[in-house]
Design a protein around this ligand. Sequence first.
Ligand code: ZN
Length: 175
Amino acid sequence: MAYEIRTFGDPVLKTPAAAVGEIDGKVARLVHDMFDTLYASDNGIGLAAPQIGVQKQIFVWEIDGEEMVVINPEIVESSGEWVYEEGCLSIPGLHVEMLRPNAVLMRGRDLDGNEIEIEADELLGRLFQHELDHLNGILMFDRMTPDQRKEALAEYRRILDESAAATKPRRLKLK
Ligand code: ZN
């Protein structure tokens, strides 16, 4: 079942998620729903549980048809720098060039409870950092310099106004 994706301003996105205890059928169902939500989204490749209102340390991603999930992830090493135009399903329409470490080593658990360790750089490395931020209640705006944030917030307001105008029914003049 696809959920509605929470967007910027929703307090759930500012709240750190709790670690998952037992990885049971409930968690498996949640992961299934997260993939449904991801596929119903507009070009998303990754989704964290808080984005559908669930305060659990889980995120999923899909690249080249491969579905992956990580539970209770942490980034244990990072290196290099990479600028990438980042977007977020919870800040729809906004893309901002962000500088972050390029390569990361992430550790966590899979759905069977096994420990997994994944090394990733560029797009996947960025995805890991972005989704892990969601689990800590951190959004892209929080990673920006004050000037960048001011500009990005103004741009996002413009995007919201435009989409509101596009969905507003046209007023008919009766004359
Ligand atoms: Zn995001």
